[in-house]
Design a protein around this ligand. Structure first.
Ligand SMILES: Cc1cc2nc3c(=O)[nH]c(=O)nc-3n(C[C@H](O)[C@H](O)[C@H](O)COP(=O)(O)OP(=O)(O)OC[C@H]3O[C@@H](n4cnc5c(N)ncnc54)[C@H](O)[C@@H]3O)c2cc1C
Ligand code: SF4
Length: 335
């Protein structure tokens, strides 16, 4: 690890002011410290934001405001979240471990970096870590990589579970920075790699996440977070599906679908959602939506299996959501 300055901010304004070239905010540290140990990140200054007053969940209009420093565990076990946004609760509980969730913060979860093997290995090239050095995952080990929205410069996936639920719930990210405060719709928060894969999000330098706001709850009954991975727990998603439905009898009134493990950002396809709306909540409709989504998939040399996995996961996720299948917090097996 390199040498770095350490400052602890008491207010959001102080944190923003302390920012400068080579600085990083640190919250739970569960991702940043790992990256520093691997020498992927070499900040000259760490700005500790853990004392900022951003650790509350509170009512916000008809929705809920989750402070950036609320831990993942606190969000998952909050009564309001459990009753009104169970999709979010389930997505969080499908990720990491109890110990990590106790330390990991809401803001840090949004900004965790990809789990691409080459990104973590400073002995290899990687356009995300060292722009212009190349992407060995293309044609290399890419079993866990993206099938949607890739570029010739990077095929990494976004690793968060929580963000997949937040995308489906259409959350908004509130940020504060040198140019003032602003709101970023969740769909615009993360970026596709394009020709600058080193930039994961549309945050400007020095901007700090203050809160994540959830709109009015509309999917407390018909939702699912289905996460498919190599191990039952403590593993990142190969494919995950956040499905949320509003039903009018047996007809789909509103559909929201976001996929994880398949793209550089939570992957939504508005056409597939629109296709479902007004149709009966049947396997046939769900298959039509899944086919539409995977039609634009572009597999790499080792991850073609994700296309069929995604197709089947979408159908299963939608079926579970439509049926209001109770979701066990401890047993994550898919029967
Ligand atoms: C072994 C292991 C397994 C895991 N498994 C999963 C999993 O299955 N699913 C999953 O979703 N996640 C998983 N995680 C990731 C974990 O959820 C993240 O590490 C965590 O959410 C990051 O939060 P943090 O507060 O610790 O962030 P930190 O490590 O403190 O920060 C991460 C990044 O966010 C920035 N940052 C933090 N807070 C703010 C803010 N408010 N404003 C601006 N910038 C900020 C930091 O500068 C840094 O760049 C796993 C992690 C580990 C170590
Ligand atoms: S996929 Fe992206 S993160 Fe992985 S090696 Fe290529 S450029 Fe780096």
């Amino acid at each position: 690890m390199n040498r770095f300055d350490y400052v602890r901010a008491g207010t959001v304004a102080e944190a923003v002011q302390a920012f400068g070239s080579g600085a990083r905010f640190i919250a739970g540290g569960t991702n940043l410290i790992d990256l520093m140990k691997y020498e992927v990140e070499k900040p000259g200054r760490l700005i500790d934001i853990t004392r900022l007053p951003l650790d509350r969940i509170e009512a916000h209009g008809d929705g809920l405001r989750i402070g950036a420093l609320v831990t993942n565990a606190k969000v998952a076990y909050d009564d309001q979240v459990a009753a009104r946004y169970p999709l979010l609760r389930n997505a969080i509980l499908a990720g990491a471990s109890a110990q990590l969730r106790n330390a990991a913060s809401t803001g840090g979860n949004l900004l965790q970096r990809t789990r691409c093997y080459y990104f973590y290995d400073v002995a290899t090239p990687c356009n995300k870590r060292a722009p212009g050095s190349g992407c060995p995952a293309i044609g290399g080990m890419n079993r866990i990589h993206a099938i949607f929205g890739t570029s010739e410069h990077c095929i990494a996936t976004h690793p968060s579970d929580m963000c997949i639920a937040l995308a489906a719930l259409e959350a908004t990210v509130q940020v504060s920075g040198p140019q003032g405060d602003r709101s970023i719709p969740f769909s615009e928060f993360h970026r596709l790699p394009g020709d600058s894969p080193e930039t994961d999000t549309n945050l400007a330098p020095g901007e700090i996440i203050v809160s994540v706001d959830l709109p009015e709850s509309r999917f407390p009954q018909h939702y699912t977070y289905l996460k498919l991975r190599d191990r039952l727990s403590y593993a990142f998603a190969l494919v995950s599906v956040a499905a949320a439905l509003e039903l009018d009898g047996d007809t789909v009134k509103t559909a929201r679908l976001a996929l994880g493990g398949v793209a550089h950002k939570p992957w939504r396809n508005r056409e597939a959602e629109a296709l479902l709306e007004g149709r009966p909540a049947t396997r046939e409709s769900f298959q039509a939506a899944a086919d539409l989504i995977v039609a634009e998939a572009k597999p790499q040399s080792e991850n073609g299996f994700k296309i069929d996995l995604a197709r089947r996961a979408i159908v299963r996720g939608l079926e579970q959501a439509a049926a209001g299948t109770p979701q066990s917090l401890s047993d994550k097996r898919i029967q």
